[in-house]
Design a binder for this molecule. Structure first.
Ligand code: FES
Length: 232
């Protein structure tokens, strides 16, 4: 079965109230609105047009929860069995797109919830190694140096994070090459995030801090989304 069709059937199951039959009876996929990813001008984003190794950001499933969209520049085709901090197992089934190289993750660090704001970001994808970053090609949070491997479901490769970043489930239309976000997989941190940053989110997004994204989501470079990036 094609991955796109598989995900569509899962989403349909969720919509009708039956449990989505994700691989191995997974219980941690959550389905939200099916949202088309677009470029900053509102045109559908084509998977083939996503530059490799670039930090791209969109918000999903809420207007205040940023996610990374990454083209890893190589196939991320192997499934990974992962576990949440509360010991729920799940299976991440790899990247999407023609080369299986496109992945997406919540940008909220699974340790203390550091995330890219409009002012500053301590977390981003890095190809290069550094004194604090012995692993290249990881998502690195400079707050306390949690590092996640985006080619393996954002499993934790270093640092204090107790679980992988939550994956964003993507659907790829092989005919049009368009991408859609349809849900999340793994340990969501949204409830903790809304509690911790309630005041700031309400100030920045009056009346809309928990608004669900619908229709489309604009994908922009991290440097456009956020004024300053901390590297370490
Ligand atoms: S908040 Fe990211 S490592 Fe602590």
């Amino acid at each position: 079965m094609q991955r796109r069709e598989f995900l569509r059937l899962c989403a349909a199951s969720a919509a009708t109230g039956t449990a989505p039959a994700l691989a191995n009876g997974d219980a941690t996929a959550r389905w939200y609105d099916r949202v088309r990813l677009t470029d900053a001008g509102g045109a559908p984003l084509r998977a083939a047009a996503i530059p490799a190794h670039r930090n791209l950001i969109f918000t999903y499933p809420y207007v205040t929860t940023p996610c990374f969209l990454l083209n890893l520049g190589r196939p991320a085709a192997a499934s990974r069995r992962l576990r949440t901090a509360d010991k729920r197992d799940y299976e991440w089934t790899g990247g999407v797109g023609p080369a299986r190289s496109v992945v997406a993750y919540s940008a909220i660090c699974a340790h203390q919830l550091s995330y890219p704001t409009r002012d500053i970001s301590f977390i981003s994808y890095r190809t290069e190694k550094s004194a604090r970053n012995p692993h290249g090609n990881v998502i690195h949070c400079c707050s306390e140096h949690s590092q996640y491997d985006p080619a393996e479901g954002a499993r934790v490769v270093a640092g204090p994070a107790p679980q992988p970043l939550a994956a964003i489930l993507l659907e790829h239309d092989s005919g049009s090459d368009e991408l859609f976000a349809v849900g999340t997989l793994g340990g969501e941190m949204f409830n903790q995030f809304f509690r911790k940053f309630e005041f700031r989110l309400a100030l920045e997004n009056p009346g809309a801090a928990r608004e669900v994204v619908s229709g489309s989501a604009s994908v922009v470079p991290l440097e456009s989304y956020c004024r300053q990036q901390v590297k370490c």
